[in-house]
Design a protein. Structure first.
Length: 535
């Protein structure tokens, strides 16, 4: 009898719990067919590819980036590694659908029985309040000689991994949505003026990528909204990932997230193109949308906005590692990625009594956006505080349990975690902006005029601002984090420092804090600092 090859656990692939409240109701049918993404290692360390894109050593206007074609040819996965993974998949009865050097992925299709044989997956059907999902427990394995090549395997488990981070303003004691009240809500163009966004920039020549894990948009809503603003509507292109669709339904669905993202980014940077990447709400769908957006040679976004996420404790280590590696690649390509920090305060909606930060906002290679409440007099912000309604949501923020403190945060005064052990890890968020529904954004969703808030609004707000910066600089700002934590930006008046409020476990304080980061933007001053000027 031939000896079976030694098998090794895929690092970080262990899943030790179902969704909260989910119960197994039986085994998955062995002939159920679905697609899986196998992520393959990079040919060389990113630090050897474009080291200056990850630090503040070079000003934004002087950074040099790889182009997408150059990266794909020289710095993605090696053809030999991709061939080895594809050969193994085929030998196990899986169909290789496609292979991407740039996205470092082998996309395969097969049955549940095929995946159990190939990766040792124990797959069952789970039922929870939101329906059913295909789930797995334990770790995935591959032959020992393949283990160094495989960074992660995604899609066997199709549980929903993220929530949209938006909140619709509701009337007191009312369960429904309400039309906007002008005295307490604002158009995105007004918010841009409050934050002194460059008035002589439109985002022309830039593309803003937006990742959505559900919902859809109606072109008629976009046309009507921008007619109200007196602005030519932006070009909005849906990009469909992993069989997802642009599928608008009703105004109390994820359509609210999709429209909030498009309308805020489009109003701030109306001449920018917008590419909306629709993907399934799974770890594979989310990752595939991110890697497609980063490496999209057709739309070529220079900034990507993400308004979906969930507590780090809900993610596998392989997912957080693979996302972060993709975001490092975005930095090498000059693509800025923004992400909402969450709408449930320092718990991030977890019920274990501990503090949690939201992922992917907690990746050290993403610009995490927190939330504030603004009070306005005329065209000026009279006061700004941490968004925290006792029963209506609060801006996310805190200390990562997974990612260590990045070098750029070494002197930011990141406090110990509120959790037992008081470790110091990646601090979230980096920046902030208006997010409280009580000072929310006037938008249009499925024919209804609504007021929506949440840190979901802040991610596209910053994405639009970055598109303006890119236009004015004639050059992508790229990975913004190291630049805003160092001179000449740090302490330069480029941010409105938020000094009042808390998000639960953490309080606002002078300088950086785990509620609002450095604070909300002073757009023209921040641009001047990135240009190297005095402002």
């Amino acid at each position: 009898m031939t000896d079976q090859p030694k098998r090794v656990e895929v690092t970080g692939s262990n899943r030790n719990a179902p969704l909260r409240g989910a119960q197994p109701i039986g085994k998955v049918h062995p002939l159920e067919r679905f697609e899986v993404t196998i992520r393959v290692r990079r040919q060389s360390a990113l630090a050897d590819i474009a080291p200056d894109t990850l630090t503040a050593k070079v000003p934004a206007a002087q950074r040099t980036y790889l182009d997408r074609a150059e990266y794909a040819a020289s710095h993605g996965s090696s053809q030999a590694d991709l061939d080895a993974v594809a050969h193994y998949a085929s030998a196990q009865g899986l169909t290789v659908v496609s292979v991407s050097k740039a996205r470092r992925s082998v996309f395969v299709s097969g049955t549940a029985a095929d995946y159990t044989r190939a990766f040792g997956a124990e797959i069952a059907v789970y039922q929870h309040d939101g329906g059913t999902y295909r789930g797995r427990t334990g770790s995935l394995t591959v032959p020992a000689d393949l283990a160094p090549l495989v960074e992660g395997i995604f899609g066997i488990d199709d549980r929903p991994v993220a929530q949209p981070h938006f909140r619709v303003k509701v009337a007191p004691h009312s369960p429904g949505v309400v039309a906007h009240a002008a005295a307490a809500s604002f158009l995105p163009t007004q918010i841009a003026r409050f934050y002194d966004f460059p008035a002589d920039a439109t985002g022309a020549g830039e593309t803003i990528g937006i990742i959505e894990l559900g919902g859809g948009f109606r072109p008629a809503d976009i046309t009507a909204y921008f007619k109200q603003l007196g602005i030519k509507p932006p070009k909005v292109t849906p990009v469909l990932v992993d069989h997802a669709k642009n599928h608008p339904t009703t105004s109390n669905s994820a359509d609210g997230e999709v429209m909030l993202d498009i309308l805020v980014a489009g109003a701030v940077a109306p001449a920018a193109n917008i590419a909306v990447y629709f993907a399934p709400n799974t770890d594979a769908g989310f990752l595939d949308a991110l890697t497609l957006a980063i490496h999209d040679q057709t739309n070529k976004p220079s900034v990507i906005s993400i308004s979906w996420g969930g507590p780090e404790s809900n993610w596998t280590a392989q997912a957080m590692t693979s996302f972060d590696e993709a975001l490092q690649t975005a930095a090498a390509l000059g693509v800025t990625v923004t992400a909402a920090a969450g709408d449930s305060g320092s718990s991030d909606g977890a019920t274990d009594g501990k503090a949690h930060v939201d992922f992917p906002a907690s990746s050290p290679h993403i610009l995490a956006t927190g939330g504030t409440f603004i009070s306005v007099t005329g065209d000026t912000i009279a006061s700004e505080s941490v968004w925290n309604e006792s029963s209506g949501g609060a801006g996310g923020g805190g200390i990562s349990d997974f990612f260590p403190l990045p070098a750029y945060q070494a002197s930011a005064g990141v406090p110990p975690s509120a959790n037992p052990g008081a470790h110091v890890g990646r601090g979230v968020p980096d920046v902030a902006g208006d997010a409280d529904p009580q000072s929310g954004y006037q938008v249009r969703v499925d024919g209804h005029d609504l007021v929506i808030g949440g840190t979901s609004a802040v991610a596209p707000l910053w994405a639009g601002l970055i598109a303006l910066f890119n236009q004015k600089l004639g050059h992508p700002v790229g990975f913004l984090n190291p630049l805003i934590y160092a001179a000449p930006v740090k302490g330069s008046g480029a941010f409105n420092d938020i000094l009042v409020g808390n998000n639960g476990a953490y309080k606002a304080t002078t300088g950086w804090d785990a509620c609002t980061g450095w604070g909300s933007p002073v757009g023209t001053t921040l641009l001047a600092r990135l240009q190297g000027g005095a402002g």
